[in-house]
Design a protein around this ligand. Structure first.
Ligand code: ADP
Ligand code: MG
Length: 138
């Protein structure tokens, strides 16, 4: 487990880039924390490090995005609006996990349904600009 404080979005992206270097297709990374904690910023930093050139935006109003990185596919899911994941919903989600590195914001709704995470990232506000990021290898 590692714990770091960051004082800017750029610093959070850099922490994410270090984690990204350890990931391979099939890895799931859950990213939890309250609204505004910096989850999407973290995923953006990881995606950039993995060679995604598209602008990584919050998929809150879609199930997710799937991007082409440098020799790897990267998915970004956001389960904010889910209270659980039914079998039918899992059918929609499954392709995002297939042969990709998958980042999942608001993973709580998918507990027991999503493939097990390799890393669990937890973020919280320490103060206005400061975020505390803990990363557990599961
Ligand atoms: P979430 O996905 O958790 O709701 P976002 O990444 O969308 O959060 O938004 C985080 C907001 O906080 C952004 O506006 C970002 O610029 C700001 N911010 C300020 N300081 C930090 C920091 N240290 N790390 C990440 N984001 C930060
Ligand atoms: Mg978000």
């Amino acid at each position: 487990m590692s714990e770091t404080d960051t004082t800017s979005p750029e610093e959070t992206e850099s922490v994410a880039a270090h984690l990204a270097a350890r990931l391979a297709p099939g890895d799931v990374v859950t990213v939890s924390g309250e609204l505004g904690a910096g989850k999407t910023t973290f995923v953006r930093g990881a995606c950039t490090a993995l060679g995604v050139h598209e602008r990584v935006t919050s998929p809150t109003y879609t199930i997710g995005h799937r991007y082409h990185g440098r020799g790897v596919e990267v998915s970004h899911l956001d389960l904010y609006r889910f209270s659980g994941v039914s079998a039918a919903e899992w059918g929609d989600l499954e392709p995002y996990f297939d042969d990709a590195i998958a980042f999942v914001e608001w993973p709580e709704a998918g507990e027991g349904v999503l493939p097990p995470a390799r890393f669990a990232v937890r973020m919280r506000h320490a103060d206005d600009e400061r975020r505390r990021i803990s990363i557990d290898e599961c």
